[in-house]
Design a protein around this ligand. Sequence first.
Ligand code: TRP
Length: 331
Amino acid sequence: MNAVTKKIILSGMRPTGRLHLGHLAGALNNWVRFQDEYECFFMIADWHALMSEYEKPSDIRKNSLEIVKDWVSCGIDADRSVIFVQSMVPEHLELAMVFSVLTPLGWLERCTTYKEQLREIKGRMLATYGFLGYPVLQAADIALYNADMVPVGVDQLPHLELAREIIRRFHGLYKSRIFTEPEPMLSKTSRLIGLDNRKMSKSYGNFISLSDSRETVRKKVHSMYTDPKRTRADVPGRVKGNPVFIYHDLFNPDTDEVEDLKKRYRAGKVGDVEVKEKLTTALNNFLDPIRRKRAALSEEDAQRIIKEGAGRAREAAGRTMAKVKKCLHQI
Ligand code: TRP
């Protein structure tokens, strides 16, 4: 397939911390594969991060560069895909502004993710004009590159639907069809469970980072939740839904070892320590190549990648903005 006929994919992550295994299992592994088939734009959504972190924005820049390193060490290829930082492409704010004038307030106020976050996120003042407009900026992110598909988790579906509605409203108002209506692309893998059996999340501190050391991984694995009814090694245990075995299934390539552990676990013939030690080894083997790639990437490498990425992104974004301005009789 040549570049002209390739479909376009855009996705993004907010730089609010280091990436963890959940990001890899739920998103990054797929992104790496998409690169063979699609023209990919991978964006670090630092303006979106600012919307929730504006009271303490000091880590956003640092996190952005760390995420670039995480992406590249997991196999995102800066030559084939465009890796860029949202704030380095000013067209995002320009188009978001245009979209904001035609987005009815009710659409935003009714947005379920918005209502949920206002309710759930404590200790931060999120009842702001900017945060209400979160999906407007996201719609601009997607529309600027005429993305055909947007790989996201289910939590983002309301934003995708809003993006489609905003685009349709633009087309209707200006009798033009300059944008592509994006389709969501849901990941087939379900969310990775956290170390403590709750959902894996930065705020719960129950994750393994892609940049954790071997020893940290060991400590974290040994703190993992298992079958709570199993008080001793000779008590038969439950394998199904047990985080230690979910991780073994995902990250331990030695399926014979995993089957043997499961059998002995069910029969009460293996201790948690052995199961966890083997998982530590499997996870560290899995993470080692990622760690090696990461160690070879300097701060300057990351800077260079986002600078080049911004140049390539601006070419596409600039073309779209020129069409938008034409529609609005501004040029
Ligand atoms: N809102 C997304 C999230 O929190 C991040 C994001 C911003 C995004 N802009 C995007 C995702 C555009 C896909 C497309 O995960």
